[in-house]
Design a protein around this ligand. Structure first.
Ligand SMILES: [Zn+2]
Length: 169
């Protein structure tokens, strides 16, 4: 696993001056560090993690979102979902994996997977700001591990978009 800290600091847990500055400036958060170490500890068991670029982690309530490099999503979702399950067990959160540098549609698809998105459109508000309306296809059996409020907060923090989420049959 690679990230914006040197691998020596990541492995040792003792940060050099340069990495410490990133932590103090907020470029890297305590949560990022914690998740990075977790990913690192899983590398031996799941070698595809070695090639993953980990950008950042965001948490909202009981949802945790990991932002990883282009093409890295399948590396995390592989092994029959065992990496995600391990992360979920360690953190006690429901884990989403998002890809860095994609367009809004792909971002929203990853955010709401496995639900299907029927429509995405932009709503202009009288004050000139916008909201992104997403209509999801309702699934049989409900969405038990699905916290729409937390996902909206994550969308706002990761992409600076305000979501309006609706469900349709
Ligand atoms: Zn360092």
């Amino acid at each position: 696993m690679k990230m914006g800290l040197c691998s020596f600091c990541l492995k040792s847990g003792i940060l050099c001056q340069k990495c410490l500055t990133k932590l103090k400036s907020g470029e890297i958060s305590e949560l990022d560090l914690r998740i990075a170490r977790l990913l690192l500890s899983l590398e031996e068991k799941y070698p595809s993690l070695q090639n993953v670029y980990f950008h950042k982690a965001f948490d909202a309530d009981r949802t945790l979102a990991l932002v990883v490099g282009p093409g890295d999503v399948p590396r995390l979702l592989g092994y029959g979902g065992k990496i995600i399950r391990a992360l979920g067990e360690e953190t006690g959160k429901s884990v989403r994996v998002l890809e860095h540098g994609v367009d809004d549609r792909k971002f929203l698809e990853d955010l709401f997977a496995p639900l299907n998105i029927m429509t995405i459109n932009t709503i202009w508000l009288p004050d000139g700001s916008t909201e992104t309306r997403v209509i999801l296809r309702r699934r049989r059996g409900g969405h038990s591990s699905f916290d729409v409020k937390a996902l909206k907060e994550i969308a706002s923090r990761v992409r600076n978009i305000t979501l309006r989420v609706e469900f349709a049959d």
